[in-house]
Design a protein around this ligand. Structure first.
Ligand SMILES: [Zn+2]
Length: 267
């Protein structure tokens, strides 16, 4: 029996962070993430560009996030369900377009301002080429979303102690879901005590051999790549048509790599 129950490098667990609104505290949070080797996705509102007069200032704003993922959060941070269609579409596509001018890559991730969405908003995301979006609803669990556009996180950072304890206590167990997903806003860190608490949170889940530290889009790309792998009826030959290397587990003991674009026959 084969299972795509392993992640890049043959890791069995995933940790990801997701921060909204692009506050002036983001560079310090990124420094913290870099110190501990963890990855984050930063959901930005391009309304900040309205106050910036020259291109280099906008570029410097987006360059703060190099090494992590830049994603959408709409231009002006309104309530998506309360916007007429034209405003909703402009808020999504213009945020994408303005961020992409400086990232150099397609920006196709998002989080909902105020956690606000409905079926109409989901359709608008798809129409604007956005492939996933995070909500603000904590699951206190570690699963993948059924619909990437309704991606519920594990918890907010202020509620992370218990989920982290659960995650760590089961880190070598086969019988658990794999992904710890923590979200928040860096503008919530107002005092040195707040920063110290966040550092403690990050340090508890950093540097673990079992964990793949990834941005949101890396997780999306990887899981989608596993779903595209074609497997022969005898479970021996695997074709990976994607541009992402995929790992597969056999009989809960052996782990194999199926490189991007390759067909592999297992021994
Ligand atoms: Zn927000």
């Amino acid at each position: 029996m084969l299972q795509f129950h392993v992640y890049p490098g043959g890791k069995k667990r995933i940790v990801t962070f997701s921060y909204d609104d692009g506050s002036g505290n983001d560079p310090r949070l990124i420094e913290l993430f870099n110190k501990y080797g963890v990855k984050g996705t930063f959901h930005l509102n391009t309304r900040v560009f309205e106050k910036m007069t020259d291109e280099s200032e906008k570029k410097a704003f987006v360059d703060r996030y190099i090494g992590h993922e830049v994603a959408c959060h709409t231009v002006h941070h309104g309530w998506p369900t309360r916007m007429p269609a034209s405003s909703l579409l402009n808020e999504l596509i213009n945020d994408r377009r303005d961020l992409e001018k400086y990232t150099g890559y397609p920006v196709v991730g998002m989080s909902y301002p105020c956690g606000d969405y409905d079926d109409r908003v989901l359709g608008a995301l798809t129409a604007c080429g956005i492939v996933y979006s995070r909500t603000t609803k904590a699951t206190f669990n570690f699963g993948f979303p059924d619909d990437w556009r309704v991606w519920h996180p594990t918890c907010h950072h202020r509620d992370a102690d218990k989920p982290i304890a659960d995650f760590l206590s089961r880190i070598d167990s086969e019988w658990t879901r794999p992904m710890l997903y923590i979200w928040g806003h860096s503008h919530e860190f107002k005092t040195e005590e707040d920063w110290a608490k966040m550092e403690e949170t990050v340090s508890k889940i950093a540097g673990l051999d079992q964990v793949w530290y990834a941005t949101n889009i890396e997780i999306y790309d990887y899981i989608e790549a596993t779903r595209r792998v074609r497997v022969s009826a005898d479970e021996k030959t695997l074709y990976n048509p994607s541009s992402v290397d995929v790992w597969v587990e056999r009989d809960k003991t052996e782990i194999f790599t199926v490189p991007a674009g390759k067909t592999v026959t297992l021994p």
